[in-house]
Design a protein around this ligand. Structure first.
Ligand code: KIV
Length: 263
C-alpha cells in the first residue's frame, strides 16, 4: 500500500488492511521491508518510548520528531501521524499549525481522537488536501475522564453514540476510522454501515483492518498486555539472551576476536 486511495480500494475488494505503529527509523526500516500496509506514528510513543503512563504527555514537537525519524525509513508505506493531546482543541489556526508540523515531518495523513467539538478543524484539514483518520471507541487521550483504559460501547446508548460518531467522521471526509476497544459486534455493525475503512484495535476480527503497537507484536514491551495483543515473537527473551551472550563473551575474553579487531 502506498496511498490513501488504497484504503478504499482494499475495503471495496474485501481485502484486510494491516497497520502497525513505529516511532523510529530502524523499526520503520523493518516495517518497510514487510508486507504490512501502513504505519502509524502513534502518540502511544509517549508510553512505549518515553515511559509515561498515558499518551497525554505527547506534544506536537515530540510527534514531529518521531514522524521525521519514521519517514526517513518508511519507504512506500502510507504514513499516518497522531495529533497529540489538546493539539486539535485550541482553535483552527493552532490545530492547522500542528497538522503542518506533522505533514512537513513526512506524514501523509493525520489521526485525531473523537469528533465532537473539532468538526470544523477536520473539515479544514480535509479541505486543505490532507487525509484524516478518525479514532473513536476508547480514546486514550480521554483516559482521565474515562477512569482508565476501558472497553467502550457496551449497552445500546453508548453503542449508538459511537456509531453516530463514525458516521459523522465519514460525512466530514475522513478516509478511515480507528475503532479502539469496543465490542466485536458493534465493530461489525459500524464496518457494514461505513463506506470508509475501519481499522480495529481490541475491536474483534470484523473490521476492515487491524492496528497493533509494534513493540506489543514483537513482544519487547514487558508487563501485562491487554487481551487484544498477540505477541508474534518473544522479542524480550531473544534480546535479553543476546545481551547475556554478549556479556558472557566480554567477561570470558571471547569478544572481540582477531577478525573483529584492527592490526
Ligand atoms: O497511539 C497509538 O498507538 C494509537 C493506536 C493504538 C491506534 O492510537
Amino acid at each position: 500500500m502506498s496511498t490513501v486511495l488504497d484504503f478504499a480500494r482494499l475495503k471495496t475488494e474485501g481485502h484486510k488492511i494491516s497497520v502497525v505503529t513505529a516511532y523510529d527509523a530502524w523499526s520503520a526500516r523493518l516495517v518497510a521491508r514487510s508486507r504490512v500496509d501502513a504505519i502509524l506514528v502513534g502518540d502511544s510513543a509517549a508510553m512505549v518510548m518515553h515511559g509515561h503512563r498515558t499518551t497525554v504527555a505527547a506534544t506536537v514537537g515530540v510527534m514531529a520528531l518521531h514522524t521525521r525519524a519514521v519517514a526517513s525509513a518508511s519507504g512506500d508505506k502510507f504514513l499516518i501521524a497522531d495529533m497529540p493531546f489538546l493539539s486539535f482543541r485550541k482553535g483552527i489556526s493552532s490545530g492547522m499549525a500542528a497538522v503542518g508540523a506533522l505533514v512537513r515531518s513526512g506524514a501523509q495523513a493525520v489521526k485525531l481522537e473523537g469528533v465532537d467539538g473539532h468538526e470544523d478543524l477536520i473539515r479544514r484539514i480535509v479541505g486543505s488536501g490532507i487525509p484524516v483518520m478518525g479514532h473513536i471507541g476508547l480514546k486514550p487521550q480521554s483516559v482521565n475522564q474515562l477512569g482508565g483504559f476501558r472497553v467502550q460501547g457496551r449497552g445500546c446508548a453508548q453503542a449508538d453514540r459511537i456509531l453516530k460518531e463514525a458516521l459523522a467522521l465519514e460525512a466530514l471526509g475522513c478516509f478511515s476510522v480507528v475503532l479502539e476497544c469496543i465490542p466485536a459486534a458493534l465493530a461489525v455493525r459500524i464496518t457494514s454501515e461505513l463506506r470508509i475503512a475501519t481499522i480495529g484495535i481490541g475491536a474483534g476480527v470484523g473490521t476492515d483492518g487491524q492496528v497493533l503497537v509494534l513493540q506489543d507484536l514483537w513482544g519487547v514491551d514487558p508487563g501485562r498486555a491487554p487481551r487484544f495483543v498477540r505477541r508474534y515473537v518473544d522479542g524480550e527473551g531473544l534480546l535479553t539472551n543476546a545481551l547475556d551472550a554478549y556479556d558472557a563473551d566480554v567477561k570470558n575474553a571471547r569478544f572481540p576476536t582477531p577478525e573483529e579487531s584492527y592490526s
